[in-house]
Write a protein that binds this ligand. Sequence first.
Ligand code: ATP
Ligand code: MG
Ligand code: MG
Ligand code: MG
Length: 462
Amino acid sequence: MTLSTAQIRSAFIDFFAKQGHQAVPSSSLIPHDDPTLLFTNAGMNQFKDVFLGAEKRAYTRAVSSQRCVRAGGKHNDLDNVGYTARHHTFFEMLGNFSFGDYFKTEAIQFAWQFLTEELKLPKEKLLVTVYSEDDEAYGIWKDTIGIPEEKIIRISTSDNFWSMGDTGPCGPCSEIFYDHGEHIWGGPPGSPEEDGDRFIEIWNLVFMQFNRQADGTMEPLPKPSIDTGMGLERISAIMQNVHSNYEIDLFQALIKAAAEIVGTADIENKSLRVIADHIRSCAFLICDGAMPSNEGRGYVLRRIIRRAVRHGYKLGASDIFFYRLVQALCDQMSDAYPELKEQQAVIEKVLRVEEEQFSRTLERGMSLLNQALGDMEGDIVPGELVFKLYDTYGFPADLTADVAREKGFAIDEEGFAANMQKQRERAQQSSQFGADYANVVSVDHITQFTGYEKVEQTSEVV
Ligand code: ATP
Ligand code: MG
Ligand code: MG
Ligand code: MG
């Protein structure tokens, strides 16, 4: 059975709606009421207070397809994009939730039924993990579902134990993996080769069972809950008989559009996948109200845009190109997310202005970097150069690291941070002249690098 990505999304919602789940729309990528979270990164985010018991809803079962961004913050997949078959900065997480309603048995049964009956996946290609101490889940998979024991893997790491924070709701997870075949490198979960892309994790079932106290004791929750998440693009790859998420219908359309726009025939080029990935996160972030800037969420957005632009340049783009992909994205996704179409003009404008600005220094920065990489001894790009590229050419450090990595180099992050620190001290000294003076002579806003997550803005005084 071949289903389009859009059909799989609907099939999931319909299946759980039939089982009494309320279909809840995706929430924004910008968690306005949660400053502890950089971007929405899981379906459960919008239900956090319901799980904590602080908020009551009219339903105890919910289903959603949640837009997520994992670039920065606790989950950061930015550096995986272009390297693995399964990671995006933006993806959709399909999830069913029980707020003190059903628990482990039903959650496992629903998942198994959806995969093997609704989608008709071959059972022999699936394997599952459980938390090492969770004999209950082990027993359900083995006895109720009937999975052979060698396909139920006990994992003792935090991969199979979920918690919201140091205290509060937590519990074991059980994950479902799909075997894409022995021609692909990788080993089953828990093995040394598990980071390969042969066995791909598709669905995480979280059994919220305990309330962890400040002293570490685990109190059983009176009403245990269920939180699950399945990557739409990953299940789509399986249903469309391809290995990589980037080969699914939606991504192929974006990749083709990108190839046409930048003018390349090299359709397999990794940079096209990166661009196709990045247009989704950038467009949806702007759609949800983020703006490129030099701090916080806006700086993450700026970094993703600049990385995409750099990949376009690498493919030979001769003009501003990135914003032109928004149309292709709308063609693919605005049926499911009408807000994308409504914001199309804004998204295009923001991307265009941002690219125009960066393109003024990109070429010169790249030739400086390429020359330095060619002349370099050793395999670490000095922090001073990373800083110069950042300060003079607008290269975020992670962009320089991305270029360097392609050629087998790493960057000296500590040296870069030290240069940033010196810069900050210089800025502080000059500000002793007084605020007015600093305002008159400040020519540009620059970003101070204080680690990948925390950035702050200052004025450069010349
Ligand atoms: P992985 O181990 O492959 O990085 P994960 O364990 O970090 O995945 P979870 O946090 O369990 O992922 O999220 C639930 C599901 O969301 C995953 O099983 C996967 O299907 C999907 N998913 C997670 N991260 C990504 C991503 N960056 N791109 C696409 N899908 C993802
Ligand atoms: Mg991950
Ligand atoms: Mg995982
Ligand atoms: Mg997981």
